[in-house]
Each structure stands twice: as C-alpha cells, then as structure tokens.
Design a protein around this ligand. Structure first.
Ligand code: DON
Length: 575
C-alpha cells in the first residue's frame, strides 16, 4: 500500500514548492497575441481582431460569431456559456455567467414520462422542454462593455461575410449532420431540413458550400441593435414559437427571455502547487471540481513523473472519483439550493479526503464527502449525468497580456435540433437531473422554474502566485470536461509537456464506476496498469475532448489545439 503519511506529505510538498519553477518566470513577450479556437475560420476571425488591436474579449466575440456558423452542432446564438477574463494590467480575473435559465413554467417532472420514468435522452433533447433562454451573446455584450476596445458591430463582420458568401462544411460538421439525423430529429425541423440537407433529404457532405443569409441577418441585427433583438421582436417570437412546438412542447415565453440577465461574478479560484487556478462559478461545477481534482492529485502525487507512470494515473483516477462524487452530489444553481462551494475545495477538506487515496488499490465504491457537515450531505440524492458531443472552446491572449477562456455550448449536437433565424436553439435544460428525487431525497440539480442547470464547463486561467499569466485552457466534452481540463493542466504544468502534447495526450475519465482510458493516445501499459490495481477499465478509441491551450513561456506564447477536433492555433506576432 502506497498511502503517503500526511505529515510526511506536507513536508514533501513544501520541498517540492521550493524546488519548483513556474513556466511564467518571465513575463509575456510585449505585443504578442494568440488565438486558439475550435475551428480555423473562428481562429482567423479572432486573430483578425487581435491584429487590429482588439482585446481578447473582442477576439472571442468575433470567434464565437463564426463558431455559431461553422460549428452550429456545438455552440452559437441559441446557446449559452461561461467566460473568464484576465486583466494583464491588474491581474484580476472576472467571470461571466451566460448560462441559460429554465422558463417560469418548467416543472421538476418535465423530463419524466407518464409512468414517471426518465424520457429517452433524444426525445428530451429534440423537444420544446429542453430549451433554456439563449444567452451567450448577452454575456458577450456584458464582457464587451467591461473589456472590449473595438466597436461591437465590427466584431460581427467576419461571420456576416462568411454567412453571406458561403463556407465549406467541415468534416466534423458533416459528421454531426449525419449523426443527428440517425440519432435524432434534425431532418424533421423544416428550417434545418432546408439548410443542412439536399432536395432528396440527404445530409450535405463535407466541402459543400453553405450560405446562411438568415444567420447573417440575425448577426447584423445583434451588431446594430444589441442582443436585445433576441428578447424583443420577431426573432424572440420565433424562438418562443419553436420552443412551444410539439413534440413535448415547452413553456418558454417572451417574458422568460426578457427576465434573463447574464452575470459578472467572482471566479472560483484556489491553489495548485505554485499556481493559482481560476475557473467558472456555479452553476458550473467546473470551477470547484477542477480545483478539487487537482488539489487531491497534488496531495497524492507531490512528485509526479510522466504519462507512463501508473502511480500518476492511479492518483489521477482516485482524485477524479473523489471530486466527481462530490460534484454530482452537491453542485447546482446556488441561487436555488445551498451549495457548500468553498468547502468542496478547501485545503483542510482536501487533506482529509486525500487520506482515502491508496494508489495501489482501487476502492470498492466512493461516496460523496461531507465538507459542510451531515445535514447538507443528507439533504441530497446523487445526480446521474448524461453527455453528448456539442460545445466549443476558445483560448485567447491579446497584445496587452489580457486573456480570455470561453466555453460556449448548445449542449448536444445541433442542440434542440430546431432552427430559428439561422441558428439552433439549445437543449441546455437536459443538463438538469431528469429525476427530481433519488431514494426519496431531492436531487440538488433538479429542474425548477427560472433555475439554471448545472454545467461542467471549465474555462480556466492559471497564474503564478504573483498573478502573472501561465496557462489559458478549456474544453468541450460534457462532464468529461473536468477530467480533460485537469489532465491537460497536469500535462502542461507537471509533466512539462508542450501545450500541443498536453492537449493531445490520451484522456482518462473516472467520473463513476468505470474508468475510461483513451489507450491509442497513451503509452502502452496504462490501461493494464490501472486494471492490475483493481480499477474497472474500459479502453476507448477516442474521447471527444476539444482542448485549446495557451502557455506563457520565456520564449513567448505557445498554443495547442486538440487534434481530435478541428482546432486551430493563430499566432499574432508583435509588429
Ligand atoms: O454545460 C455543460 O456542461 C454541457 N452542456 C456541455 C456539453 C458538452 O460539452 C458536449 N460536448 N462536447
């Protein structure tokens, strides 16, 4: 048994901290900028704004407007997101919450059938009930009011031109048209059918040039009149009509759209080795869960070795299981339920929880901890999350040393699979627990009117203890995001991988009883090594992370875009 005695552990950590050198020992090179985005056309638009002297927020808006066109299966005007902004001048990090809210008419049992059983996921996804208030551009406007430099309307020009003149469907977008036809109802929506399928009802292939004048018009209106065109007037009426359509008509109203406001909130920050790690606030579990996972990993592996070391992976799997168990139990919209947020990653709680870790053996089971006592622990039943591939991430650093990490999503491929004014509505409300109770206890993440569903999105910004920028990172991937982002952070900071190697290394996801191991991208022996220690391993050919990372090094900004998806890195050298 390789459990580390706690006192010895503390002194080892202290020595390790003293010996450790942060990658950002030198400041960012003056005037250099970089954008890493989920699609090359989006990265180009972001880089264009950086070249024109725009801030990281300006670049993110231009990038997101293009992503909504070229990656509509993942994110866009109809969805939501979380954004972190790091100020190069003050080192302060602002978090922006653009998470969709449930309508006032939402009910805890709206994803249950007449017999009280959860609806099949696809029926809930491609339904009116899953649609939350579209909110990503309202959030981006708030961030632009705070930190933008270029005029708001200018940021939409690249996307409007592409929508008007046409763009070639990417292989990934084509794959997901076919996927959402076979596993969904994409072709049943008249607007989606006219846009994504030929006259015989066949999905357009990769390379086909698509034009989307309706999207160009929506963007023109957002550009000229602001995001309120999505909450007042004909676009808002079309959103509501689509959400109220059968099957499984939802209750979203104009009043719900107009009652929504994005929020500027404190980022969730804590320490990891010599670093300060900041992530999004609730209702994303990503901020607390990445901090808890990393904190547990640090305690179990004061001296991590490399990607082939089974103790490193065993520690990662243990830390994941412990962090996910707490996240599933406690994390939810803190406007509606009491969440012991800070306790979940408090050092003394992680010290205590790390004592469960036995690197040589897998546990029989893992229960959530009690960071805030028995009463709140006993209040909830554990959520049973489901996942689907549809989300985009951008990591951006501008010439003033500001940074943005933004993860945006329509939730599942093509979201709700209902198209309005050139964009797809989200199905974000399927991130709520379908069952409002477990063994007679309420689930913290149950549906409630005007509540926000729990997210796993983890846009993350890491600095050194002096506040100098070190790493900007994030990923799509549903609840796997927490594992993807944490693993890549360990890769870049502990295993000293380049950002490209850190994003491309195999993922290991241990959210529940099974440990998913992306073996083709890992050194031989990782799956076997974990199996030998008693973990129930499932080897996976490909995990759908879409990590985008920027590391600040003495040589300048170094980017890495996930080769599993269509990521692109754009370097903007100083003039
Ligand atoms: O907010 C969340 O955590 C999910 N709706 C994100 C979905 C996702 O990342 C699907 N990804 N590929």
């Amino acid at each position: 048994m390789t459990r580390v005695p706690f006192r010895l552990f503390l002194s080892v950590v202290a020595l390790a901290l003293a010996a450790c050198e942060t990658p950002s020992a030198q400041p960012q090179r003056h005037g250099e900028a970089m954008a890493v985005a989920a699609n090359p056309l989006a990265a180009d638009a972001a880089a264009q704004m950086l070249r024109e002297g725009g801030t990281a927020v300006d670049a993110a808006i231009a990038g997101e407007a293009v992503l909504g066109l070229v990656e509509p299966q993942s994110s866009g005007v109809g969805g939501g997101g979380f954004l972190l902004f790091y100020s190069g001048a003050t080192h302060h990090i602002d978090a922006y919450d653009g998470r969709e809210r449930a309508p006032a008419g939402a009910t805890p049992d709206m994803f249950l059938d007449a017999d009280g059983h959860p609806l099949p996921f696809i029926d809930a996804q491609a339904s009116g009930r899953s649609v939350g208030t579209p909110s990503v551009f309202a959030m981006l406007k708030l961030a632009h009011d705070d930190h933008g430099r270029l005029p708001w309307a200018h940021l939409f020009e690249p996307a409007i031109q592409l929508a008007q003149n046409g763009f070639a469907i990417s292989p990934r977008m084509a794959t997901y048209i076919a996927y959402a036809t076979d596993h969904g109802h994409l072709r049943d929506d008249p607007a989606a059918r006219a846009y994504l399928f030929d006259e015989n009802g066949q999905p357009w292939p990769a390379g086909h040039v698509l034009r989307n004048p309706a999207y160009a018009e929506t963007l023109r209106r957002i550009a000229n009149e602001g995001p309120q065109v999505l909450t007042h007037g004909p676009i808002a009426e079309a959103i509501v009509a689509a959400a109220q359509r059968e099957p499984y008509a939802g209750t979203l109203t104009i009043a719900d759209l107009q009652a929504y406001a994005p929020r500027r909130r404190e980022a969730v920050c804590g320490t990891y080795r010599v670093y300060r790690v900041c992530g999004p606030p609730l209702p994303s579990s990503g901020g607390e869960a990445v901090l808890a996972l990393l904190g547990l990993y640090e305690r179990a592996r004061p001296h991590p070795v490399d990607t082939s070391n089974i103790d490193d992976w065993s520690a990662f799997v243990w830390a994941s299981r412990l962090a996910y168990a707490d996240r599933d139990h406690y994390a939810a919209d803190d406007e509606f339920v009491p969440v012991p947020l800070h306790q979940l990653y408090a050092p003394h709680y992680l010290d205590q929880r790390a004592q469960l870790i036995d690197l040589a053996h897998a546990p029989h089971s893992i229960a959530p901890g009690q960071p805030a006592g028995q009463a709140i622990f006993e209040r909830w039943g554990r959520d049973q999350p489901t996942d689907n591939p549809g989300t985009s991430h951008q990591s951006i650093v501008d010439a003033d040393g500001n940074a943005v990490s933004i993860t945006a999503t329509v939730e599942s491929p093509y979201g709700d699979q209902r198209m309005v004014a050139g964009f797809f509505l989200n199905n974000q409300l399927t991130d709520f627990s379908f069952t409002p109770t477990l063994n007679g206890k309420p689930v913290a993440n149950a549906v409630a009117p005007r509540k926000r569903p729990r997210s796993s999105m983890s846009p993350t910004i890491i600095t050194d203890r002096q506040g100098r920028l070190v790493l900007v990172i994030g990923s799509p991937g549903g609840s796997g995001i927490i594992a993807y982002v944490s693993r890549a952070i360990i890769g870049a900071l502990d295993w000293k991988q380049t950002p490209q190697a850190a994003v491309d290394t195999g993922n290991v996801v241990a959210a529940n009883g099974t440990v998913r191991v992306e073996s083709p991208r890992l050194p031989p022996g990782v799956a076997a090594g974990l199996t030998a220690r008693g973990w129930s391993v499932q080897e996976i050919a490909s995990e759908q992370s879409g990590l985008q990372a920027i590391l600040v090094t003495p040589q300048g900004l170094v980017g890495g875009g996930d080769s599993r998806r269509e990521s692109a890195v754009r370097d903007v050298p100083p003039h």
